[in-house]
Design a protein. Sequence first.
Length: 320
Amino acid sequence: MSDFRVIERTYSDDPDKLSVGIANISATVPDIEANKDKILRACQLFKERGANVAVFPEFALSGYFWDDRDDCLPYMQEACTDRHTDWIESELKPLIDDTFEGIVLNNVTTGPDDAHFYNTTFVVGRDRNYLGAEESYNKVFLPGMEKDYTESGRDDRLIVETPHGNFGFTTCYDYLFNDLLREYAIKDKVDAIVQVASWRAAANRDYAGMNIRTDHYYGDLWNFVMPANSAMNQVWTIACNAVGRHGITGAPFWGGSGIWAPSGICLIQASHFSEELLLVHNVDIEGARADEHEEFDYAFDFKEIYHPLEDSRGFTRALK
């Protein structure tokens, strides 16, 4: 396990609070077995160091799609989670105990037809039916080529209630849609969003007249929206992103996994270039959110102006 660089911090001295491990790692494409080995080794290390939960990036088992459908589709079919439940049951699940309570994974799962998958986030726990419809989350918003390979989860959400707080889940592009985050924060009253991603780094934005240019716009956006959405919704964001380059296309992923408090303040953030494991002990998930509400409760103030639409999770400013 010495090939992992570990960044370890302690939030409080209360051992009953949540200790969370975040794997800022790359997936090898195409090499499912290498990815399994890396996930297992990271879980073992997190467990040894006292984590209650381990979080992995989007497509941690398979790696990301690429354009050559004749090569990519059969590889993804082989990587489909449904084909690897024996590994989950025999290698990952035995790690779960009273202290190491869960492993958050994401991967493709069987979709509506042979040519399309669902992009599914699920929690491996002692008594969880982790691929069950009520206990997994299918990515809702699909960018770019993902529309060619995956089907949207539409109105899907996942809320996991734990002794440490209530957690909602988003996957990558989902996090840019504040209506979904508002549903979690105001309707479902989650304390934290767990955001798993294969968020890319490279994109150009050029404002020549202002002498401003960036070649890593997507990465900049990650660093902007994590604190902004945490603060606007007064929820924790526990974000785990892939890092490194895609093994076939060479596309770089931004990394930058981390934890943002309900104030929007970043408490810890991993490298944008290299693999790291983050481990933060004794995070007071519910207490910090309550502290924010004591000063200003955005949800309370929002509901004074906006009203819920009948038979909907949406809101309007129209009078009742």
